[in-house]
Write a protein that binds this ligand. Structure first.
Ligand code: ADP
Ligand code: TYD
Length: 207
């Protein structure tokens, strides 16, 4: 069986984790073995890197350091988890992947999208999602959902205009690669969003 690689993208609090759980159940029902990964994280080493990146005491972290740390966490995840899973025919659903670096570091931090993808070319070793779901949500809505959930991390504590650049950045990125990146209005109900995701995933599923 050929593996499927789907990434879930969007601003903080846009409902990625919620939708990944529903998509997992759908794909399991179709007979796939599912691997869910989150970024930054998903391996012991990558989770350690995550703790450094999101530590709110590290306000002095440089943007290039941040970009390289995300790429390091990703490199380990690809090598240890994503590549072997796809080779074994599994379905991989990733809570964020390289497009997060294109938007957060490339656009919102201002390093440039090309620079972000260049740094990450080493990390992803040619592996890209076949489908990327972009959950489109106004930044203020996402952050207020997050505030209700847990203490905010170093990225979530950024000023609202940073999060606005992220939300706008995703819209721009999706318009540049409409074949792969599918935008869904994330203000809809959880069930309606799931139904839209299934419409996009169905053609990738084995018969
Ligand atoms: P993310 O993984 O993108 O940060 P989550 O799935 O953790 O987002 O959702 C953030 C919060 O918003 C959670 O409390 C979740 O229950 C809630 N939520 C998720 N989807 C919706 C939705 N469509 N409408 C309203 N609230 C939602
Ligand atoms: P995540 O745990 O997905 O946060 P959330 O559940 O709030 O969406 O991601 C952690 C943070 O890291 C989030 O603010 C987005 C940011 N991020 C980047 O800036 N670049 C990246 O390459 C990745 C993967 C995440």
């Amino acid at each position: 069986m050929q593996g499927i690689f789907i990434s879930m993208e969007g601003p903080d609090g846009s409902g990625k984790s919620t939708q990944i759980e529903l998509l997992k159940a759908y794909l399991e029902d179709k007979g796939y073995e599912i691997i869910i990964t989150r970024e930054p994280g998903g391996t012991v080493i990558s989770e350690d890197i995550r703790r450094i990146i999101l530590n709110k005491d590290y306000a002095e972290m440089g943007y290039m350091t941040e970009a390289l740390l995300y790429a390091s966490a990703r490199a380990q995840l690809v090598t240890e988890v994503i590549k072997p899973a796809l080779e074994a025919g599994k379905a991989v659903i990733s809570d964020r992947f390289v497009d997060s670096s294109a938007v957060y570091q490339g656009m919102a931090r201002g390093l440039g999208v090309d620079t972000a993808y260049k740094i990450n070319a080493y990390a992803i070793q040619g592996i890209m999602p076949q489908l990327t779901i972009h959950l489109d949500l106004p930044a203020t809505v996402g952050i207020s959902r997050k505030k209700n959930q847990a203490e905010l991390d170093r990225m979530e504590l950024e000023a609202i205009d940073f999060h606005e650049r992220v939300a706008e950045g995703y819209r721009k990125l999706a318009s540049l690669d409409p074949d792969r990146i599918k935008t869904i209005d994330a203000t809809m109900s959880i069930e309606d969003i799931h139904a839209k995701i299934v419409d996009y995933v169905e053609p990738l599923v084995k018969q």
